[in-house]
Ligand binder design. Structure first.
Ligand code: AHG
Ligand code: MN
Ligand code: MN
Length: 312
Protein backbone atom coordinates (compact mmCIF):
# COMPACT_ATOMS: atom_id res chain seq x y z
CA UNK A 1 0.00 0.00 0.00
CA UNK A 2 1.28 3.45 -0.93
CA UNK A 3 0.51 6.92 0.35
CA UNK A 4 -0.74 8.18 3.70
CA UNK A 5 -3.63 6.41 5.43
CA UNK A 6 -6.99 7.89 4.51
CA UNK A 7 -5.71 9.31 1.26
CA UNK A 8 -6.33 7.85 -2.14
CA UNK A 9 -3.83 8.66 -4.81
CA UNK A 10 -6.59 10.51 -6.69
CA UNK A 11 -7.08 13.23 -4.08
CA UNK A 12 -5.70 16.62 -5.08
CA UNK A 13 -5.30 18.99 -2.21
CA UNK A 14 -5.58 22.75 -2.33
CA UNK A 15 -1.84 23.50 -2.29
CA UNK A 16 -1.13 21.08 -5.07
CA UNK A 17 -3.94 22.51 -7.16
CA UNK A 18 -2.69 26.06 -6.56
CA UNK A 19 0.77 25.02 -7.70
CA UNK A 20 -0.72 24.16 -11.08
CA UNK A 21 -2.19 27.64 -11.50
CA UNK A 22 0.89 29.57 -12.64
CA UNK A 23 0.76 32.03 -9.75
CA UNK A 24 3.53 33.19 -7.44
CA UNK A 25 4.48 31.33 -4.27
CA UNK A 26 3.38 34.21 -2.03
CA UNK A 27 -0.17 34.00 -3.35
CA UNK A 28 -0.24 30.23 -2.90
CA UNK A 29 0.99 30.71 0.66
CA UNK A 30 -1.64 33.38 1.33
CA UNK A 31 -4.57 31.28 0.08
CA UNK A 32 -3.34 28.29 2.10
CA UNK A 33 -3.08 30.48 5.21
CA UNK A 34 -6.72 31.57 4.77
CA UNK A 35 -7.70 27.90 4.37
CA UNK A 36 -5.84 27.08 7.60
CA UNK A 37 -7.54 29.96 9.45
CA UNK A 38 -10.94 28.67 8.33
CA UNK A 39 -10.36 25.48 10.34
CA UNK A 40 -10.29 27.55 13.52
CA UNK A 41 -13.32 29.55 12.40
CA UNK A 42 -15.38 26.40 11.81
CA UNK A 43 -14.27 25.09 15.19
CA UNK A 44 -15.45 28.33 16.82
CA UNK A 45 -18.76 28.21 14.91
CA UNK A 46 -19.38 24.61 15.91
CA UNK A 47 -18.45 24.87 19.56
CA UNK A 48 -18.60 28.54 20.59
CA UNK A 49 -21.24 30.29 22.65
CA UNK A 50 -24.13 31.18 20.45
CA UNK A 51 -23.21 34.57 19.09
CA UNK A 52 -24.29 36.63 22.07
CA UNK A 53 -21.61 39.19 22.79
CA UNK A 54 -20.92 39.84 26.44
CA UNK A 55 -21.99 36.44 27.78
CA UNK A 56 -19.52 34.67 30.03
CA UNK A 57 -18.19 31.11 29.92
CA UNK A 58 -17.87 28.47 32.64
CA UNK A 59 -15.09 30.49 34.30
CA UNK A 60 -16.93 33.79 34.19
CA UNK A 61 -14.75 35.09 31.35
CA UNK A 62 -16.23 37.31 28.68
CA UNK A 63 -16.97 35.57 25.40
CA UNK A 64 -16.48 37.19 22.05
CA UNK A 65 -19.24 37.24 19.47
CA UNK A 66 -18.46 34.70 16.77
CA UNK A 67 -17.95 37.27 14.03
CA UNK A 68 -15.46 39.19 16.20
CA UNK A 69 -13.64 35.98 17.11
CA UNK A 70 -13.54 34.87 13.45
CA UNK A 71 -12.14 38.26 12.51
CA UNK A 72 -9.32 37.90 15.05
CA UNK A 73 -8.50 34.38 13.89
CA UNK A 74 -8.19 35.43 10.25
CA UNK A 75 -6.49 38.77 10.89
CA UNK A 76 -3.79 37.14 13.04
CA UNK A 77 -3.08 34.58 10.36
CA UNK A 78 -2.86 37.27 7.66
CA UNK A 79 -0.58 39.49 9.74
CA UNK A 80 1.80 36.58 10.39
CA UNK A 81 1.69 35.28 6.82
CA UNK A 82 4.57 37.58 5.84
CA UNK A 83 2.97 38.33 2.46
CA UNK A 84 0.18 40.78 3.36
CA UNK A 85 0.52 44.58 3.55
CA UNK A 86 -3.07 45.90 3.94
CA UNK A 87 -6.06 44.25 5.58
CA UNK A 88 -9.68 45.35 5.71
CA UNK A 89 -12.57 43.42 7.14
CA UNK A 90 -16.25 43.93 7.75
CA UNK A 91 -15.45 43.99 11.47
CA UNK A 92 -12.75 46.72 11.31
CA UNK A 93 -13.31 50.48 11.16
CA UNK A 94 -10.14 51.20 9.20
CA UNK A 95 -7.56 49.54 7.00
CA UNK A 96 -4.91 47.73 9.02
CA UNK A 97 -1.43 48.30 7.61
CA UNK A 98 0.92 45.41 8.27
CA UNK A 99 3.87 46.87 6.36
CA UNK A 100 4.49 49.58 3.80
CA UNK A 101 6.43 47.11 1.70
CA UNK A 102 4.53 46.49 -1.54
CA UNK A 103 6.92 44.25 -3.45
CA UNK A 104 5.41 40.78 -3.71
CA UNK A 105 2.81 41.66 -1.07
CA UNK A 106 -0.97 41.41 -1.19
CA UNK A 107 -3.95 43.19 0.28
CA UNK A 108 -6.92 41.32 1.62
CA UNK A 109 -10.53 42.41 2.18
CA UNK A 110 -12.73 39.87 3.92
CA UNK A 111 -15.99 39.17 5.67
CA UNK A 112 -14.91 36.83 8.48
CA UNK A 113 -18.32 35.37 9.22
CA UNK A 114 -21.03 36.29 6.80
CA UNK A 115 -24.53 35.54 8.03
CA UNK A 116 -23.36 35.36 11.65
CA UNK A 117 -26.91 35.83 12.96
CA UNK A 118 -27.82 32.52 11.26
CA UNK A 119 -25.56 30.53 13.59
CA UNK A 120 -28.18 30.83 16.37
CA UNK A 121 -30.66 28.95 14.19
CA UNK A 122 -28.05 26.51 12.85
CA UNK A 123 -28.10 27.62 9.23
CA UNK A 124 -25.05 27.72 7.00
CA UNK A 125 -22.59 30.62 7.16
CA UNK A 126 -19.29 31.45 5.47
CA UNK A 127 -16.10 33.46 5.13
CA UNK A 128 -15.57 35.61 2.02
CA UNK A 129 -12.11 36.76 0.89
CA UNK A 130 -10.91 39.17 -1.80
CA UNK A 131 -7.21 39.53 -2.69
CA UNK A 132 -5.35 42.29 -4.58
CA UNK A 133 -1.69 42.60 -5.51
CA UNK A 134 0.03 45.53 -3.76
CA UNK A 135 -1.31 47.65 -0.91
CA UNK A 136 -4.26 49.45 -2.49
CA UNK A 137 -7.65 48.11 -1.49
CA UNK A 138 -9.64 50.76 -3.37
CA UNK A 139 -9.35 49.14 -6.76
CA UNK A 140 -12.08 47.89 -9.08
CA UNK A 141 -13.02 44.29 -8.34
CA UNK A 142 -11.80 43.31 -11.79
CA UNK A 143 -8.27 43.87 -10.49
CA UNK A 144 -8.58 41.15 -7.86
CA UNK A 145 -5.92 38.48 -8.30
CA UNK A 146 -7.90 35.91 -6.33
CA UNK A 147 -11.21 35.48 -4.55
CA UNK A 148 -12.54 32.66 -2.43
CA UNK A 149 -15.15 31.71 0.07
CA UNK A 150 -15.39 28.99 2.66
CA UNK A 151 -18.86 27.63 3.31
CA UNK A 152 -19.56 26.21 6.77
CA UNK A 153 -22.51 23.94 6.09
CA UNK A 154 -23.11 20.25 6.81
CA UNK A 155 -19.76 20.01 5.02
CA UNK A 156 -17.05 22.62 4.81
CA UNK A 157 -16.16 23.63 1.27
CA UNK A 158 -13.75 26.16 -0.20
CA UNK A 159 -14.31 27.69 -3.62
CA UNK A 160 -11.56 29.77 -5.23
CA UNK A 161 -10.50 31.40 -8.44
CA UNK A 162 -7.24 33.05 -9.43
CA UNK A 163 -8.73 34.09 -12.77
CA UNK A 164 -8.42 30.70 -14.37
CA UNK A 165 -11.69 28.90 -13.65
CA UNK A 166 -13.53 28.25 -10.39
CA UNK A 167 -12.69 25.23 -8.29
CA UNK A 168 -14.36 23.63 -5.28
CA UNK A 169 -12.61 21.78 -2.48
CA UNK A 170 -14.25 19.92 0.40
CA UNK A 171 -12.77 19.39 3.82
CA UNK A 172 -12.10 15.71 4.47
CA UNK A 173 -11.83 13.84 7.76
CA UNK A 174 -8.21 14.92 8.10
CA UNK A 175 -9.36 18.56 7.76
CA UNK A 176 -7.63 18.84 4.39
CA UNK A 177 -9.31 20.58 1.48
CA UNK A 178 -9.44 18.18 -1.46
CA UNK A 179 -10.65 18.93 -4.96
CA UNK A 180 -14.31 18.03 -5.57
CA UNK A 181 -15.25 20.13 -8.64
CA UNK A 182 -12.86 21.67 -11.13
CA UNK A 183 -13.77 24.41 -13.63
CA UNK A 184 -17.31 25.00 -12.44
CA UNK A 185 -19.32 26.58 -15.28
CA UNK A 186 -22.64 28.43 -15.23
CA UNK A 187 -25.47 27.86 -17.71
CA UNK A 188 -26.77 31.02 -19.43
CA UNK A 189 -30.10 30.73 -17.59
CA UNK A 190 -31.62 28.92 -14.65
CA UNK A 191 -34.72 28.13 -12.64
CA UNK A 192 -33.71 29.25 -9.16
CA UNK A 193 -34.04 32.75 -7.74
CA UNK A 194 -32.69 33.95 -4.45
CA UNK A 195 -34.08 37.41 -3.54
CA UNK A 196 -32.83 39.38 -0.51
CA UNK A 197 -34.63 42.14 1.38
CA UNK A 198 -38.36 42.80 1.86
CA UNK A 199 -40.43 42.50 -1.26
CA UNK A 200 -42.74 45.39 -0.30
CA UNK A 201 -39.67 47.64 -0.51
CA UNK A 202 -38.77 46.60 -4.07
CA UNK A 203 -39.02 49.05 -6.97
CA UNK A 204 -41.78 48.29 -9.56
CA UNK A 205 -39.04 47.07 -11.98
CA UNK A 206 -37.67 44.51 -9.50
CA UNK A 207 -41.21 43.46 -8.51
CA UNK A 208 -42.01 42.87 -12.21
CA UNK A 209 -38.82 40.85 -12.61
CA UNK A 210 -39.83 38.63 -9.68
CA UNK A 211 -43.28 38.11 -11.26
CA UNK A 212 -41.57 37.22 -14.54
CA UNK A 213 -39.42 34.62 -12.75
CA UNK A 214 -42.45 33.18 -10.97
CA UNK A 215 -44.41 32.95 -14.24
CA UNK A 216 -41.44 31.19 -15.78
CA UNK A 217 -41.70 28.60 -13.00
CA UNK A 218 -38.49 29.55 -11.21
CA UNK A 219 -38.19 28.25 -7.65
CA UNK A 220 -37.52 30.45 -4.64
CA UNK A 221 -34.35 29.33 -2.86
CA UNK A 222 -33.19 31.82 -0.24
CA UNK A 223 -31.46 30.88 3.00
CA UNK A 224 -30.49 34.39 4.11
CA UNK A 225 -26.79 33.50 4.00
CA UNK A 226 -24.92 35.05 1.09
CA UNK A 227 -22.31 32.28 0.93
CA UNK A 228 -24.71 29.30 0.82
CA UNK A 229 -27.09 31.19 -1.49
CA UNK A 230 -24.30 32.03 -3.97
CA UNK A 231 -22.82 28.54 -3.59
CA UNK A 232 -26.16 27.04 -4.58
CA UNK A 233 -26.37 29.13 -7.77
CA UNK A 234 -22.72 28.47 -8.62
CA UNK A 235 -22.66 24.73 -7.93
CA UNK A 236 -26.02 24.05 -9.56
CA UNK A 237 -24.59 26.16 -12.38
CA UNK A 238 -27.77 28.16 -12.86
CA UNK A 239 -30.01 30.73 -11.27
CA UNK A 240 -29.88 34.27 -9.97
CA UNK A 241 -29.24 35.86 -6.58
CA UNK A 242 -30.29 39.44 -6.02
CA UNK A 243 -30.16 41.98 -3.26
CA UNK A 244 -31.73 44.98 -4.97
CA UNK A 245 -32.10 48.61 -4.00
CA UNK A 246 -34.88 48.88 -1.45
CA UNK A 247 -37.21 51.73 -0.67
CA UNK A 248 -35.12 53.63 1.90
CA UNK A 249 -31.88 51.70 1.04
CA UNK A 250 -30.95 52.77 -2.51
CA UNK A 251 -27.69 50.80 -2.34
CA UNK A 252 -29.22 47.59 -1.03
CA UNK A 253 -27.42 45.91 1.86
CA UNK A 254 -24.36 44.01 0.74
CA UNK A 255 -20.89 45.54 0.76
CA UNK A 256 -18.76 45.95 -2.34
CA UNK A 257 -15.34 45.19 -0.85
CA UNK A 258 -16.16 42.30 1.43
CA UNK A 259 -19.10 40.59 -0.25
CA UNK A 260 -19.92 41.70 -3.79
CA UNK A 261 -16.51 41.92 -5.46
CA UNK A 262 -15.23 38.49 -4.44
CA UNK A 263 -18.54 36.80 -5.37
CA UNK A 264 -18.75 38.70 -8.67
CA UNK A 265 -15.18 37.63 -9.49
CA UNK A 266 -16.03 33.98 -8.81
CA UNK A 267 -19.31 34.03 -10.75
CA UNK A 268 -17.76 35.85 -13.75
CA UNK A 269 -14.92 33.34 -13.75
CA UNK A 270 -17.53 30.59 -14.02
CA UNK A 271 -19.13 32.29 -17.05
CA UNK A 272 -21.89 34.12 -15.14
CA UNK A 273 -22.47 37.86 -14.62
CA UNK A 274 -22.95 40.37 -11.82
CA UNK A 275 -24.36 43.89 -12.09
CA UNK A 276 -25.74 46.62 -9.86
CA UNK A 277 -28.46 47.16 -12.49
CA UNK A 278 -26.42 49.34 -14.83
CA UNK A 279 -22.71 48.60 -14.32
CA UNK A 280 -20.85 45.33 -13.83
CA UNK A 281 -20.04 44.98 -10.12
CA UNK A 282 -16.36 44.40 -10.99
CA UNK A 283 -16.15 47.83 -12.72
CA UNK A 284 -17.41 49.84 -9.73
CA UNK A 285 -14.73 51.99 -8.14
CA UNK A 286 -14.75 51.60 -4.36
CA UNK A 287 -14.49 54.86 -2.48
CA UNK A 288 -15.22 53.85 1.09
CA UNK A 289 -14.70 50.63 3.02
CA UNK A 290 -18.37 50.18 3.78
CA UNK A 291 -19.66 51.05 0.30
CA UNK A 292 -22.78 49.08 -0.63
CA UNK A 293 -24.41 48.35 -3.97
CA UNK A 294 -27.48 46.55 -5.26
CA UNK A 295 -26.59 43.24 -6.91
CA UNK A 296 -28.03 40.86 -9.50
CA UNK A 297 -25.66 37.93 -9.90
CA UNK A 298 -25.74 34.52 -11.55
CA UNK A 299 -26.66 33.10 -14.98
CA UNK A 300 -25.85 35.73 -17.61
CA UNK A 301 -29.21 35.75 -19.45
CA UNK A 302 -31.09 36.01 -16.14
CA UNK A 303 -28.90 38.91 -15.06
CA UNK A 304 -29.50 40.65 -18.43
CA UNK A 305 -33.25 40.11 -18.01
CA UNK A 306 -33.06 41.65 -14.52
CA UNK A 307 -31.35 44.72 -16.01
CA UNK A 308 -34.09 45.06 -18.64
CA UNK A 309 -36.80 45.02 -15.96
CA UNK A 310 -34.95 47.26 -13.53
CA UNK A 311 -34.29 49.90 -16.18
CA UNK A 312 -37.72 49.81 -17.86
P1 AHG B 1 -23.53 39.75 7.71
O1 AHG B 1 -23.97 38.65 8.62
O2 AHG B 1 -22.07 39.64 7.36
O3 AHG B 1 -23.89 41.12 8.21
O4 AHG B 1 -24.32 39.60 6.29
C1 AHG B 1 -25.60 39.06 6.18
C2 AHG B 1 -26.07 39.25 4.75
C3 AHG B 1 -25.94 38.07 3.83
O5 AHG B 1 -25.45 36.90 4.37
C4 AHG B 1 -27.32 37.85 3.27
O6 AHG B 1 -27.28 37.68 1.88
C5 AHG B 1 -28.07 39.06 3.67
O7 AHG B 1 -27.40 39.62 4.76
C6 AHG B 1 -29.48 38.72 4.07
O8 AHG B 1 -30.18 39.86 4.31
P2 AHG B 1 -31.80 39.87 4.47
O9 AHG B 1 -32.09 39.14 5.75
O10 AHG B 1 -32.11 41.33 4.53
O11 AHG B 1 -32.39 39.19 3.25
MN1 MN C 1 -21.59 39.91 5.47
MN1 MN D 1 -20.02 39.44 8.63
Amino acid sequence: MFGEPGKTKFQIDLRRHLRGQNICDNLIHLICEVAEASKYVINAVRTGDLGVAGTSNLYGEEQLALDVLSDRIIKKRLVHSGVVCSIASEEMDDIYKVTSDTNGFYSVAYDPLDGSSLVDVNLAVGTIVSIYAGCDLFQEGRKQVAALYILYGPRVSLVYSVGNGVHEFTMNQLMEFTLTRENVRMHPNGNIYSPGGQRNKYSPGVENFIRHLEERGAKLRYSGGFVPDINQVLMKGKGIFMYPALNGSPNGKLRLLFELNPMAYLVENAGGSATNGTTPILDLKPETLDQRAPIFIGSTEDVMKAMEFVNS
